[in-house]
Design a protein. Structure first.
Length: 180
C-alpha cells in the first residue's frame, strides 16, 4: 500500500470514529469538547512524541474506543481496516463486565502496539484532567483516577520510552495539582 493510501485510510478511520462517537453524543469530561479531539490528539502524541509511523497502530489509535463506546461491530472494522487493526482495537477495549484488575492483566499480556496506544491515550487523559480541572474523571475523583494510572505506565513503559517519560511527568504534575 502506498504512503498516500495509508494516510487516506487513517483519515477515513479518524473521520469514521469521530462521526460514530458524535452519534452517541459523546464528549470529553467537560461535556463540551467533542470526543474526536481526544482521538486526534492520541494520534498526534503517537507520531510526534512517540515517533510511531506504523499506520496500523495509528489507525487503531483513531478507533481505540469504538468497540467500547459505540455499537460498531468488530466485523465492520475488520472489513475496512483489516485484522491487525482489529487486534489492536480489541486489545484496548475494556468490556463492560471487566474489572480494572482484569483489564490491567489484559494490558500486561498485550503486544507493544496496544501498549503504545494505551500510553498515548492515558497521557492525553491525564493532560485533559489537568486542563479541564473537573471534579471527576472517568467517574472518579481525580486522585483516584491518577493513582492507578501509574500501574498502566509501568505495564506499558517498555513499548515507548518517550511516551512513558511524558506520561510519568504528567502524572506527577496532576498528582501535585489535585493533592493541593
Amino acid at each position: 500500500m502506498t504512503e498516500y493510501k495509508k494516510i487516506d485510510l487513517l483519515a477515513k478511520a479518524l473521520t469514521f470514529a469521530i462521526l460514530e462517537h458524535h452519534k452517541n453524543g459523546q464528549t470529553r469530561e467537560d461535556n463540551l469538547t467533542p470526543y474526536g479531539e481526544h482521538l486526534a490528539r492520541v494520534i498526534e502524541k503517537l507520531r510526534v512524541i512517540g515517533g510511531v509511523s506504523d499506520y496500523n497502530i495509528l489507525i487503531a489509535a483513531a478507533l481505540h474506543d469504538i468497540l467500547e463506546d459505540t455499537d460498531v461491530p468488530k466485523e465492520l472494522l475488520e472489513e475496512h481496516y483489516g485484522p491487525e487493526v482489529v487486534y489492536l482495537v480489541e486489545g484496548m477495549t475494556k468490556k463492560p463486565e471487566q474489572s480494572k484488575e482484569n483489564y490491567l492483566e489484559q494490558m500486561n499480556k498485550a503486544g507493544d502496539g496496544v501498549k503504545v496506544i494505551k500510553l498515548a491515550d492515558k497521557l492525553d487523559n491525564i493532560q485533559d484532567l489537568m486542563r479541564l480541572k473537573t471534579k471527576t474523571f472517568g467517574d472518579m475523583p481525580p486522585l483516584e483516577y491518577i493513582k492507578p494510572s501509574y500501574q498502566t505506565l509501568e505495564t506499558c513503559r517498555s513499548s515507548n520510552a518517550a511516551l512513558a517519560v511524558e506520561l510519568e511527568i504528567a502524572l506527577k504534575q496532576a498528582e501535585e495539582m489535585f493533592a493541593a
